[in-house]
Design a protein around this ligand. Structure first.
Ligand code: UDP
Length: 385
């Protein structure tokens, strides 16, 4: 059924990261809505395929590559472009009932645009506003704008909610809506899949995140150096200006003599299938994760999860009942956990069953869409009352 609301979805990137995969689910059936993107990219086509009207900024190309740790001073020459984007968002808001910012950069500009054209403003905050991820000034600006202009702030986990409030965000704005994921394709045997994908038959782990220092792929590579028989696929690419890190990772693999067992597969659109091909999914983030979709993807795929104990991971993994938790940034502990999971696959069957049931019950896509749909409908009703 088509939704009646005219929502202006705003995102700063044309790339398809985790937040954009969620956006692609949220816009389903919303043909009266539009998407305003700062730049063109693979996301433009994916949104157009969902029948959304697409508005691309004339001024935003390349801004998604601007690193979040770049200082606001270096951003000053960009001020003119940012002001122009604010005007574009304000103009687009006029023909919509609700504005829905899907990223931190989108929210900051949409919140300022909101001073020009008032509309209920949702911030779907996919980040964790903590000192590890944002500088003090950025945190202050985001939270001040949220407190002043946001009508609702949707966060994916208790950890993200706590970080928002610890940074000064208003509690009454917060709505926790865990990410929801679709079920993976029908199971094929692991060995059959490996063959089809051209992957080796021995013990194999995988990491399935964009390449970025805080995602911790380097910690996994360090761990693998001490596990002589274990192969690894590194799935994902540098999406947001992290090309130097990607090059460094590849260099380390060469220098450590790991090239025959560590393979970089780049960004893939078939992660849920690929995941079923590995013996364990490793989630080595060194900073707290606001959610971690790949955790749930692995739980749904029936693959053991080894994740760092920070952010939302301990919650999603139910304190370790649905996966193995290891301290962040500790290659030795990670290597030990990988060796132990690979050594006793049968002992994990209870954990895998529990994890898959938990993922289906708590982190299904319908549950997420219903919760977000309700937020949107309530705001629409409030705006037209
Ligand atoms: N992903 C993908 N292709 C890749 C690597 C990752 O489609 O090559 C997907 C992955 O399956 C997951 C999302 O990107 O659904 C990443 O979301 P997550 O919450 O794990 O991290 P984020 O990138 O949003 O910080």
């Amino acid at each position: 059924m088509m939704s009646a609301e005219r929502v202006l979805f705003v995102d700063h990137t044309g790339q398809i990261g985790g937040a954009e995969l969620i956006l692609l689910d949220v816009v389903e059936g919303r043909e009266r809505s539009s998407a305003f993107l700062f730049e063109q990219g693979p996301l433009s086509k994916a949104l157009a395929d969902k029948q959304l009207k697409l508005i691309t900024s004339k001024w935003g190309q390349g801004l998604s590559q601007f690193r979040r740790d770049s200082s606001w001073l270096t951003a000053l020459p960009l001020a003119g472009r940012l002001a122009a984007i604010i005007v574009e968002i304000a103009r687009a808001s006029r023909t919509h009932d609700i504005v829905y910012a899907n990223s931190q950069k989108a929210f900051v500009l949409a919140a300022i645009a909101n001073m020009l054209v008032r509309r209920p403003l949702i911030w779907h905050l996919h980040d964790i506003i903590s000192p590890e991820h944002f500088g003090a000034v950025q945190r202050r600006v985001q939270v001040a704008l949220a407190n002043a202009r946001a009508t609702k702030v949707i966060v994916p986990s208790q950890a993200a909610a706590a970080a928002f409030m610890a940074a000064g965000g208003r509690r009454d704005l917060v709505e926790i809506v865990p990410n929801g994921l679709a079920l993976p394709p029908e199971p094929r045997s692991r060995s059959e899949l490996r063959q089809a994908l051209g992957l080796p038959a021995g013990p194999l782990v995988g990491v399935f995140s964009r390449l970025a220092p805080w995602k911790g792929q380097h910690v996994l590579i360090e761990a693998l150096a001490t596990l002589p028989n274990v192969g690894c696929i590194i799935v994902g690419d540098a999406l947001f200006g992290e090309q130097a890190y990607a090059a460094e990772l590849k260099q380390t693999v060469l220098e450590r003599g790991l090239a025959d067992r560590v393979r970089f597969l780049g960004h893939r659109r078939d992660v849920p299938t690929l995941m079923k091909a590995v013996d364990a999914m490793v989630h080595p983030s060194i900073d707290p994760e606001p959610f971690g979709r790949t955790l749930v993807e692995a739980m749904l795929a029936g693959v053991p999860v080894i994740a760092t104990d920070a952010g939302a991971a301990p919650d999603i993994l139910d304190g370790g009942r649905a996966g193995t938790l290891v301290p962040p940034n500790d290659p030795q502990a990670l290597a030990k956990a990988i060796a132990s999971v690979l050594a006793q696959p049968d002992a994990l069957s209870g954990q895998l069953e529990y994890a898959s049931g938990r993922a289906r019950a708590q982190y299904g896509v319908t549950r997420m869409l219903d919760a977000i749909g309700l937020v949107i409908r309530k705001l629409q009703a409030g705006a037209t009352a």
